[in-house]
Design a protein around this ligand. Structure first.
Ligand SMILES: C[S@@+](CC[C@H](N)C(=O)[O-])C[C@H]1O[C@@H](n2cnc3c(N)ncnc32)[C@H](O)[C@@H]1O
Length: 310
């Protein structure tokens, strides 16, 4: 397993925004290979403690090795970040980090079937709770295949690609990443073959792991888990994810959800979030140069405000 591959994205920005309380309790909801968790632990004082969550049992193992020097200050659990409060046993957190998407070790492992660049079984589940892409492509209606590719991949040629998938599967089941790659490549123009492949594989991965639904559910959960003054940092790599984060942050910053034409607020909802950065932060050109994976990253950060503080 290529553990040396992983360089955490925007680790300096994420840890400096997150660790306001140097000896607080932090939750890394996507611990992955433990890169961000390590940056958080190094930034804090000697009493800072961290709960690392990941839905992938392999991530828990890798992060366990990396974070072993921090001994009992770290607890790792396999689970979904949407269940953050339960996994933290209700303990309020000084900071929550979500570094979304797939980890480089998952992409690099052929047996996981995430990448069109290496041949392997067509799987793409991040953990035991994921759905099977192979089964979906074997039985789904053409219009449902097209819809997933269009909605989650924002792919213009979704219909042609879905048609090609259904045509080919009538001859032979698409059971490997290479078979899917050849099929998508046949429906994509040569000049945009790699872009199309990336979008289609990403769309199917997002569907297989319910990534957008889990993010929608996790954000209010994470904010509620924070102490007043606690911080939330979210790094996303896909415009649909970032849109969900942006809208949530805006809503919580505003508080009031009354229609715009109400002369005065009737809902009585108070703001729960203060933005720590206007808009999304992007990686520096040097970081993109060093780590191409950071290219699409968008980081958003906020601080929980309690009603008394507003
Ligand atoms: C980009 S990687 C995180 C890398 C990590 N920050 C590091 O520095 O090593 C994303 C991780 O989040 C995990 N993940 C994705 N969705 C999840 C969810 N809903 N609940 C828990 N873990 C999730 C994936 O399994 C993957 O290991």
């Amino acid at each position: 397993m290529s553990e040396e591959l992983h360089i955490p994205v925007m680790a300096e920005e994420a840890s400096s925004l997150l660790v306001a309380n140097r000896n607080g309790f932090f939750v890394d909801g996507t611990v992955g290979m433990g890169g961000h968790a390590e940056a958080i632990l190094r930034r804090g004082g000697e009493r800072l403690s961290l709960l690392g969550i990941d839905r992938d049992p392999a991530a828990i193992e890798i992060a366990g090795r990396r974070l072993a020097p921090f001994a009992e200050r770290v607890r790792l659990v396999r689970g979904n970040f949407r269940d953050l409060a339960r996994l933290a046993a209700g303990r309020p957190a000084d900071g929550v980090l979500l570094d979304l998407g797939v980890s480089s070790f998952q992409l690099a492992d052929a047996a996981r079937g995430f990448s069109y660049m290496i041949d392997g079984p067509l799987d793409m589940a991040m953990g035991p709770d994921g759905r099977s892409v192979r089964e979906f492509l074997a039985t789904a209606e053409e219009r449902d295949v097209g819809r997933i590719i269009r909605e989650y991949g924002e792919e213009r040629r979704s219909r042609a690609i879905a048609r090609e998938i259904v045509r080919r599967r009538a001859r032979q089941e698409l059971s490997t990443t290479a078979a899917l790659r050849d099929c998508v490549a046949a429906a994509a123009p040569a000049r945009d073959r790699f872009g199309t492949l990336s979008r289609v594989f990403q769309a199917l991965r997002i569907w297989a792991n319910g990534e957008l639904e889990h993010l929608e559910a996790a954000l209010p959960e994470a904010l509620s888990a924070l102490v007043p003054g606690g911080r939330i940092v979210v790094i996303s790599y896909h415009s649909l994810e970032d849109r969900i984060v942006k809208r949530f942050f805006r809503r919580e910053e505003r508080g009031c959800v009354c229609p715009a034409d109400f002369p005065q607020c009737r809902c009585g909802r108070a703001p729960r979030l203060r933005l720590l950065a206007r808009g999304a932060l992007r990686p520096s050109p040097e970081e993109i140069e060093r780590n191409a994976r950071s290219r699409s990253a968008r980081l958003r950060a906020g601080e929980r405000v309690s009603h008394e503080l507003v």
